[in-house]
Design a protein around this ligand. Structure first.
Ligand SMILES: C[S@@+](CC[C@H](N)C(=O)[O-])C[C@H]1O[C@@H](n2cnc3c(N)ncnc32)[C@H](O)[C@@H]1O
Length: 336
C-alpha cells in the first residue's frame, strides 16, 4: 500500500518559502478571511524569468483556483494588477505613421549605457541620481520591456489582464464583488513624460475583488466616518506608489493592503498573500491586529519579508509607529 505523506498545514504569522501552487494546498480549508496579492505582472522581472506567457496565464489560473477551498465562505480574494500588458507584434499594422513632431525623449537607453560603461559599479539608484530621474526610469530604459517601455512602439499589441482574472475566478466558484481603481502617481513625473503616440501614460492599477458565497457580515464600525468618506465607499483610491523600492522592485504601498484588510476582515482574522514579496501585506496585517500567512518563491524576498516582520515586533502596533519602523527597515535594506 502506498504511504501518503501528510504534509503539515501552514500556520499563521509565518512567511513561507516556496511556490504558491504547492503551498496553497497546505492551507487549512475555509481558514482565510481575505487573500490579497499582487502577482508577477509579466513585464520582464527577474522573478518571471522562467515563465512563457502561457505559463504566466496558467500560474494565475491555478493560483486563483487553489484559493476557493481555503477562503472562508463569505470571504474575499483581492487581486492587484496593472490591466495592460504589451507585446511586440510585427504582424500587426502600424498603429500610426511616425510622429511628425516627434520629440526627443530626453533620456535614451544609449545615454544610460554610456554612463554605465564609464561607471560599471554604479547601481540604478546612482544612475538615477546622476540623471535626475527615478530608478524605475533607469530600469525601463535598460530593460525596455515593461508596460511603460513597450506601449508606445508602433507595433505593440495591448492585452487586457482583467478578463483572464475574472474568468479564472468565476470558473473557480467566486463572484466578482467589486473593483477599485488605484491611482498611483497623481502628479508624479507623468506631466513631464510625453510619448510619441496618442497612448496615455499608465498611472493606475486595479484591485479586483472576488467573493466566495457565504454569509458576509457588513460592519460599518470597521472604519471611521472619515475613512468611509475618504476611501471606504470610494471607487478610486489615490495612494502614491512606493518610490524608493530598494528592497524589492515591485512592492505595493502598505496603505493598499491595509485598506482592504480594514474593510474585509476583523481583528485576529487570517490574511493571506501568496506573492508576498517584501512582506507588505504581513506588515499591514500586523499593524491592524490580524494574523497573516505569506508565501514567496524567492529566498531573497522571504529574507526581506522576515526582516520586515521582525522589525515590526520591536515597535508598538499602530500606524503612527509604522513610519518609524519603515525608516528603520530602509536603513536595514541599505546594508544588504
Ligand atoms: C509583484 S511582486 C509582489 C510584491 C509585494 N506585493 C510587495 O509589496 O513587496 C510578486 C512576487 O511574487 C513572487 N512569485 C512569483 N512567482 C511565484 C510563485 N509561483 N509562487 C510564489 N511566489 C511567486 C515573486 O518572487 C515576487 O516577490
Amino acid at each position: 500500500m502506498a504511504v501518503v505523506k501528510v504534509l503539515d498545514a501552514l500556520v499563521p504569522n509565518k512567511i513561507y518559502h516556496g511556490d504558491s501552487r504547492q503551498l496553497l494546498k497546505r492551507i487549512e480549508r475555509e481558514s482565510i478571511a481575505l487573500s490579497i496579492w499582487s502577482p508577477p505582472y509579466y513585464v520582464g522581472k527577474e522573478y518571471e524569468r522562467d515563465l512563457s506567457f502561457a505559463d504566466w496565464q496558467k500560474l494565475l489560473r491555478d493560483v486563483i483556483k487553489l484559493h476557493f477551498p481555503i477562503i472562508k465562505p463569505g470571504g474575499f480574494l483581492v487581486i492587484n494588477i496593472a490591466d495592460i500588458l504589451c507585446f511586440k507584434d510585427e504582424s500587426m499594422p502600424k498603429i500610426m505613421a511616425e510622429n511628425i513632431s516627434r520629440r526627443k525623449i530626453s533620456l535614451t537607453k544609449e545615454d544610460v549605457i554610456d554612463v554605465k560603461q564609464q561607471h560599471p559599479d554604479w547601481n540604478r539608484y546612482q544612475l538615477a541620481a546622476y540623471f535626475g530621474c527615478s530608478e524605475q526610469t533607469i530600469d525601463r530604459r535598460l530593460n525596455g520591456n515593461n508596460i511603460r517601455g513597450g506601449k508606445y512602439q508602433l507595433q505593440t499589441r495591448i492585452y487586457l489582464v482583467g478578463g483572464l482574472i475574472e474568468s479564472s475566478a468565476t470558473d473557480a466558484g467566486f463572484y466578482l464583488y467589486d473593483r477599485r481603481l488605484w491611482v498611483k502617481d497623481a502628479a508624479w513625473e507623468n506631466s513631464r513624460w510625453h510619448t510619441i503616440s496618442y497612448r496615455s501614460v499608465d498611472e493606475s492599477e486595479y484591485l479586483y475583488i472576488f467573493w466566495k458565497p457565504g454569509i458576509t457580515k457588513v460592519d460599518r464600525s470597521r472604519l471611521t466616518k472619515k475613512e468611509w468618506v475618504d476611501w471606504g465607499s470610494r471607487g478610486v483610491w489615490e495612494i502614491p506608489s512606493v518610490r524608493s523600492n530598494s528592497d524589492h522592485d515591485s512592492k505595493f504601498p502598505i496603505e493598499l493592503p491595509r485598506r482592504a484588510i480594514k474593510l474585509f476582515t476583523d481583528p485576529d482574522d487570517i490574511v493571506l498573500d501568496c506573492f508576498v514579496g517584501s512582506g507588505t501585506t504581513a506588515l499591514a496585517s500586523l499593524s491592524e491586529g490580524r494574523r497573516y500567512i505569506g508565501i514567496d518563491k524567492e529566498k531573497q524576498s522571504v529574507a526581506i519579508a522576515n526582516a520586515a516582520v521582525q522589525s515590526f515586533s520591536t515597535y508598538q502596533k499602530g500606524p503612527e509607529q509604522m513610519e518609524f519602523m519603515l525608516r528603520d527597515l530602509e536603513a536595514f535594506y541599505q546594508t544588504q
